[in-house]
Write a protein that binds this ligand. Structure first.
Ligand code: FAD
Length: 463
């Protein structure tokens, strides 16, 4: 396995990565990109086990509901790129199981690539969402044929791909990108039915980063995001050669959708896990700030927190149900229930604004305007800030200020905005979650229940 230090050294591999108009020559020298890299390095150190046979728990394949459950603390504690690594491996395992009968060669290559990734203990990012051009048109009908990533040349030993994958979390800080079609493809769209693995430093890969990292000089103003931010990459494949053994689908339109669906399942399980933890965290902040404000016993505040608790509990219930109702695939790997994963992720995303609304409502305007800790340390105004920021005499004004800063950072500032949009869009957007939930819901059972209640079933005719 790799240590954090080895991971940081591995980033110096000639990758072409850009940030705010500059080419980054050395990731570690850049404040924001370097901080994100060190977060991933710390994750490596947390999981590190010595010895040639040690493998990362992030790379292991769950075989049962117990295995899936045992992974939850590891996944919850891991950074986001550790999670995209885990999700990428599971996506390819899932897809291999689904296409393996018809295309054993692709399944064999996937297996070999996963084993190599496990051996090298690398980080993998998920390159699925294309630029997409005009949303109402299919890939083949776009004014620019590169709007979806495609094969532009087939050679005896591989293919050349061109396109751009957008919003790719941590792309510049992984070792490999898992490139898969963003949606199902139709006959005639063979060049767009491409799945493969591309090293971040492959010639022609260029990554433009964006970040919600705080830019404030005083770290204490952003207690959460200061140490916990990850850039998103706009990943451009500018005619990149992919050798044959790294190609997992090449023109078989009928299977293009399998990869996107497989990723959707694992990405949403990851999202559901994150949001179950996030919901508990928001309940905790609501209760703490209510106590600091002296309002914890007031009826309407208690009711709002109860509503938040119910939401948090149901989201965790959906996560537990997704695991308990897992399906064991032909290749022995355990897959969470599509129904509970998608319904839970959807509910968590759509009710996130309710959670923030209640929290902001209970907390008050100081979420945005609480003075800084540096102000508290100022000899002239500090004591007055402390005096007037103390509400409940049992809770010091400084503690209340810190709670406000954390709430702002998490829900009402750069990271807060990132979370707000990410909860809705990540994992393929709400539309996809509605479709998959409906597909796996037992509609016949529901209709039968309704007909039974209405006494319209054949057996009621005799009554
Ligand atoms: C912070 C962040 C991190 C992300 N990380 C990753 C990542 O690591 N890897 C990755 O691959 N992706 C990632 N995503 C991308 C995410 O999956 C997409 O944002 C999401 O799938 C929506 O795609 P889009 O942004 O292109 O929006 P659009 O596709 O433009 O969607 C916008 C709206 O238009 C609707 N719409 C789109 N097309 C149609 C149509 N044909 N008919 C009807 N309605 C339509 C959608 O349902 C939606 O309501 C990330 C996104 C964010 C915000």
């Amino acid at each position: 396995m790799m240590t954090g230090e080895q991971y940081l050294a591995s980033l110096d591999d000639g990758r072409a990565t850009y940030f705010e108009g500059r080419k980054i020559e050395n990731i570690l020298d850049d404040k924001i990109m370097g901080e994100a890299a060190r977060l991933i390095a710390a994750g490596y150190d947390k999981l590190y086990r010595p010895g040639p046979d040690a493998t990362s728990p992030l790379m292991s394949i769950p075989r049962s509901a117990e295995d899936l459950k045992a992974r939850l603390p590891v996944v919850s504690d891991a950074d986001i790129v550790a999670n995209t690594t885990n999700q990428s491996i599971m996506t390819l395992m899932t897809a291999a199981g689904r296409i393996g009968d018809e295309h054993p060669e692709y399944a064999r290559r996937i297996q070999a690539w996963i084993e190599d990734a496990q051996r090298r203990d690398i980080r993998i990012t998920e390159c699925i969402t294309d630029g997409k051009g005009d949303r109402s048109l299919s890939p083949g009908k776009q004014a620019d044929p590169d709007a979806y990533t495609r094969v532009v040349e087939r050679r005896p030993d591989g293919v050349v791909i061109r396109g751009a994958k957008l919003h790719i979390t941590g792309a510049s800080l992984g070792h490999e990108t898992m490139v898969i079609p963003t949606k199902a493809m139709k006959p005639g769209e063979e060049d767009y039915a491409i799945a493969c693995a591309v090293p971040v430093n492959a010639p022609g890969v260029k990554i433009v980063n964006t970040s919600y990292a705080p830019r404030h000089e005083d770290d204490r103003v952003f207690p959460v995001s200061r140490q916990n931010h990850m850039p998103e990459g706009f990943v451009i494949f500018d005619d990149v050669f992919v050798p044959e053994e790294r190609i997992f689908l090449n023109g078989e339109t009928k299977h293009a959708g399998q990869f996107a669906h497989s990723l959707g399942l694992w990405e949403r399980l990851g999202g559901l896990t994150f949001m179950a933890n996030e919901a508990d965290e928001l309940v905790g902040f609501a209760q703490l700030i209510a106590e600091a404000n002296g309002l914890a016993k007031v009826q309407h505040v208690r009711e709002k927190i109860s509503e938040m608790i119910i939401h948090a509990t149901l989201i965790r219930g959906a996560l537990e149900a997704a695991i308990a109702n897992c399906v064991i695939g032909d290749n022995g790997a355990a897959f969470p229930s599509e129904l509970y994963t998608n319904a839970g992720k959807y509910q968590a995303a759509t009710q996130y604004n309710m959670m923030c609304r209640h929290l902001h409502d209970i907390a008050g305007g100081s979420v945005l305007t609480a003075p800084s800790i540096a102000d508290l340390e100022n000899n002239e105004v500090g004591p007055l800030v402390r005096k007037y920021m103390t509400a409940n005499p049992e809770i010091d004004g400084e503690c209340r200020i810190k709670l406000f800063h954390a709430i702002r950072d998490l829900t009402a500032d750069a990271m807060g905005g990132w979370r707000y949009v990410t909860n809705i869009q990540a994992g393929g957007g709400l539309y996809a979650q509605r479709i998959v939930t409906r597909k796996h819901y037992d509609m016949e059972h529901a209709k039968k229940k309704a007909l039974h209640a209405a006494k319209m079933l054949p057996e009621h005719a005799a009554e």
